[in-house]
Write a protein that binds this ligand. Structure first.
Ligand code: SF4
Length: 438
């Protein structure tokens, strides 16, 4: 989501004459787009800001200027702290107001011309959303993100998203189809639909007189009809919102890739309840069974939080059995760390760090084993790969299989943006290598 937002901020600023540069010392403006999911996000921000403060001072000593903006979820959650601790920051804006960046920059520039220092702060959740104002997305490359939904009403007890991104909001069907068409016309072959709770999507048709809402299954079928699109994915889903229509779409729409990220967080009902996840383990398994019956080749990845307050050895064992049962191919797994302002931060029975460490190591070891086994089972197979970037070595391209496995092959740029049949001949736990079958 932050990659998408950063690209959209670049699009907005391009419209008013800015262009992107690679080095901060050449920059008239630096935007730090921040994410609050990882631990100590605000400390990392202040350390980065310290670095940019020096660059700004140097530029000012040379007679140039530099506007520093902090955007995203840390700005939303820690705006007041930034005002106090980093008065040299010019603009503080939340994830829902970045369409107003040009006005904020104009205001700061006016103040600077009058030799006045002022901070512009915009942490509003406006009624009319940014999607109503954003310019058309710029060329995005063979694989692109498309934001369809934002915010969340679930309030899991460990998560800051409902506070930083606000309430659930879905874009209209037409505006998403327009953006998808435009991406595909510009050469995009794979679109990943984005949302904090993407399968809670419930969009209206813009010009319909009836206020009927349509879910993600419907939207996927509509996007898949656009000529030129080769692959479709969506992220991040909640098990509770995996409705039957969406599950059927996995069986019907061939472009929808058979690899789904479906966070479960824990394999223990007690822990899920304390997390306020609003589903039980058996509900999750039922969804997986339905998905596999709709699309037998489908494989899953997930999210796990290890050491949530009160997690016993038995709870943790239940998570391990779920991982073995579903055979997740990948996962984002982290030790629980309290986020200020969330109910989970003040729960009793916090788990000591050494226990979290050993549980996490065990869990990651098992997951790595699954990934490695799956990658090795690809050797000798010929699989479709979408090449979307250059490799680290000259003459090498990098792409992804349907299951998101990275694949490298020695190829020229003519293969960039193409789905090619690749025979896999090497596999590590992280990636595959092969050559294009003529
Ligand atoms: S559903 Fe996802 S985004 Fe929403 S509160 Fe839970 S973890 Fe956060």
């Amino acid at each position: 989501m932050n990659v998408y937002d950063s690209n959209r901020m670049a699009d907005i600023m391009h419209k008013v004459g800015y262009h992107t540069v690679n080095e901060s010392h050449n920059a008239d403006m630096v935007i730090l787009n921040t994410c609050h999911i990882r631990e100590q996000a605000s400390e990392k921000l202040f350390s980065e800001l310290g670095r940019f403060r020096k660059v700004k001072s140097k530029r000012e000593a040379e007679g140039a200027t530099m506007i520093i903006a902090v955007a995203g979820c840390v700005a939303q959650a820690a705006g007041n702290e930034i005002i106090k601790r980093a008065p040299y920051v010019d603009i503080i804006l939340g994830p829902q107001t970045y369409h107003r960046l040009p006005e904020m920059v104009a205001e700061v520039s006016r103040s600077k011309r009058k030799n006045k220092d002022s901070q512009v702060v915009d942490l509003e959740f406006p009624k009319k959303t940014k999607f109503d104002y954003l310019p058309k997305a710029s060329v995005a490359g063979p694989s692109a993100f498309l934001s369809i939904q934002e915010g969340c009403d679930k309030f899991c007890t460990f998560c800051v998203v409902p506070y930083t991104r606000g309430a659930e909001y879905s874009r209209s069907i037409e505006s998403i189809l327009d953006e998808a068409k435009q991406l595909i016309e510009s050469g995009t072959k794979e679109i990943t639909l984005l949302g904090q709770n993407v399968n809670a999507y419930h969009g209206l048709k813009e010009h319909s007189t009836r206020k009927q809402e349509f879910g993600l299954g419907y939207l996927i079928r509509r996007i898949a009809e656009i000529n030129g699109l080769k692959r479709l994915r969506y992220i991040t889903s909640h098990p509770k919102d995996m409705n039957d229509d969406l599950i059927s779409a996995h069986g019907e729409v061939e472009l929808l890739m058979p690899f789904l990220h479906l966070p479960v967080q824990s394999g223990s009902d007690q822990v899920l309840e304390r997390m306020n996840r609003q589903h039980k383990v058996k509900d999750y398994i039922l969804v997986v069974e339905k998905l596999l019956s709709a699309r037998p080749e489908l494989r899953l990845s997930s999210d796990f939080i290890v050491g949530f307050p009160g997690e016993s050895d038995v709870d943790f064992e239940a998570t391990i059995s779920l991982i073995r049962e579903v055979k997740f191919l990948q996962a984002y797994s982290f030790k629980f760390s309290p986020r200020p302002g969330t109910p989970g931060a003040t729960l009793e029975n916090q788990i000591p760090n050494n226990i979290k460490d050993s549980r996490l190591a065990l869990l990651q070891d098992i997951l790595l084993g699954h990934q490695s086994e799956f990658n090795k089972s690809s050797i000798g197979k010929t699989v479709p790969v979408l090449f979307d970037r250059r490799g680290r070595v000259d003459g090498q391209l990098l792409g992804r299989t349907k299951f998101m496995q990275p694949v490298h092959a020695n190829l020229d740029d003519n293969y960039m943006g193409q789905v090619s049949q690749v025979t896999i001949d090497t596999a590590t736990s992280n990636s595959l290598g092969g050559s294009v079958t003529k």
